[in-house]
Design a protein around this ligand. Sequence first.
Ligand SMILES: NC(=O)c1ccc[n+]([C@@H]2O[C@H](COP(=O)([O-])OP(=O)(O)OC[C@H]3O[C@@H](n4cnc5c(N)ncnc54)[C@H](OP(=O)(O)O)[C@@H]3O)[C@@H](O)[C@H]2O)c1
Length: 245
Amino acid sequence: MRLLLTGLNGTLAPSVAEAAMAHGWQVLAWDRQAVPVHDTHWLQQARPDAIAHLAMGDEHWAGRLAAFAAAQGLPMLFTSTAMVFDAEPDGPHQPHDARTARDDYGRSKIRCEDAVLAAHRGATVLRIGWQIHPTRPGNNMLAQLDGWQQQQGEVAASRVWRPACSFMDDTAQAIVALLAQPVAGPVHLDSNADEGHGFDALVAALQRHFHRPQWRLRVHDDYRHDQRLAGGGARVPPLSVRLRF
Ligand SMILES: NC(=O)c1ccc[n+]([C@@H]2O[C@H](COP(=O)([O-])OP(=O)(O)OC[C@H]3O[C@@H](n4cnc5c(N)ncnc54)[C@H](OP(=O)(O)O)[C@@H]3O)[C@@H](O)[C@H]2O)c1
């Protein structure tokens, strides 16, 4: 199987590439330095068997990829985010709940979700939470917490925020499984969905597990949101399989 993957210079896509190659798939990267995102001719020539669109970018690119996949009868997966839901109304959020984001990132992801599903009714719109990886730079919770400690001299964690989150390798495995057996429409993926750990407890568990004695944890209750992505079933293991709380 030839998997076209976008966003390979990013945080999550390298894990998806590893998981796909471990399944014997060939990974085709969309190199935006060489191929503009509107180049559908390149897409025809690449002859993918499936598309996983992980790159950021606008709804026009997402819609074009989905339209191509629909025309060719290919599986298409687009990674969206828990941030399509605002804290009001509070979660846990179900796949067909109204999307309430007010910030630019969440609104842009809503537009991309709509463009993908308008072009390809069988596409998977996969909403994920904050990703965790032992070493990867970028938008990786562990790396960001290291950054907070370095820059602010503390890791401030709300005990009334229940984040959506998963380990990156678990998300990557789930993405490969969803490409092999697609599910149409919005799908939720969250290792905290059933257990509902507060961010303070999660930070403390990460601190122990990844040996971060230098983190100075400050617990607060300034940000309140049950952000969990419910209704996703057991596509990823719960956090307690990876961490001790
Ligand atoms: N990491 C997380 O915790 C997390 C949480 C929730 C949802 N997600 C979603 O999962 C996907 C992957 O996340 P990520 O953390 O790997 O993202 P990322 O590291 O921020 O970026 C992924 C890639 O997006 C491409 N990109 C950036 N700006 C672009 C633009 N203006 N136009 C076109 N492409 C652009 C780049 O790809 P190339 O340079 O390789 O082309 C970049 O490497 C994203 O859709 C993100 O919204 C991630």
